[in-house]
Unconditional design. Sequence first.
Length: 332
Amino acid sequence: MQIINLDNKEQLNNFVSSQKHSQFLQAWQWGEFHKIVSNNVFRLGVHKEGELMAVATIIKKVLPMGKFYFYCPRGPIVNQSQLDHLEQILDILFIRVRALAQEQNAMFLRFDPIFALPELNFVIEQTIDVQPSQTLVLNLKKEEEDLLKAMHQKTRYNIRLAEKKGVKICEAGEEHFDEFWQLLSETSDRDKFRTHGINYYQEMLKLGHRNGGAGKDFVKLYIAQYRKKMIAANIVSFFGDTVTYMHGASARDERNVMAPYLLQRHTIQQAKESGFKYYDLYGIDEEKWPGVTKFKKGFSGKTINYPGTFDFIFDQNWYNVYKMVRKVRRTF
């Protein structure tokens, strides 16, 4: 096995999208996005006799005092037929990442594997989840009628109510960004969750227009309008065999028209009609997000559990300082 730098978009995307339940966070487009909103991006591959066995898109993130860390979201991605060689694949990959960390002054690699970790000869510590460790996935290969029947009775009722009230759903562009940002800010204040900065979402919605449309349809914004006013919005990713519900926002006013239900239903239909196999509602947790979890479970689906988020530590002393500072910051 050998480690290589991946600089070919088609090679990387073909590999990641060929795996069941494709992970958009390891797509070429997501790396290009993070070159703008984060820092450097590194793309590594493990191959044997010219065939890729694993890939890792790694984002360099800034910390105070001139320090950095690496982040490999929902990765690395390992060919599912090569999981018997997982320990060997991770060994060669992590040796290269550790060398890269020395060059880039990175303290640790944070990663969210979709497989159970084997015993490794590296200092690895489980940490607070970055990506949700539990998600809900709809099988879009089912017939439309079966998808609808599987939904909770109250969810079906709310979808019909939104239709009866005259809620309109459409795909929107950057011209609706200010309305979306206002709606997202309102939602985060109401539901007590943190958002990224405004530039993060602005750049995300440009993915379909950058590089002559090279990222077309990778990210879409869908909005629900009632009486010509945006009252709900979803940002959705389209990649490989999976459509992923990434971000949602809704207005406090007009909540009785149940727009988020019809909006989600419309997006699921769009995914199925476009030939995707799975719809990922992305993140459920009965304790942390009871309301959101109840809403998502109303659409049915299969619960998938991931191992969580881990740190591969390069500098233990600085890592201990980082953990202490993070703990203090989280108390305020």
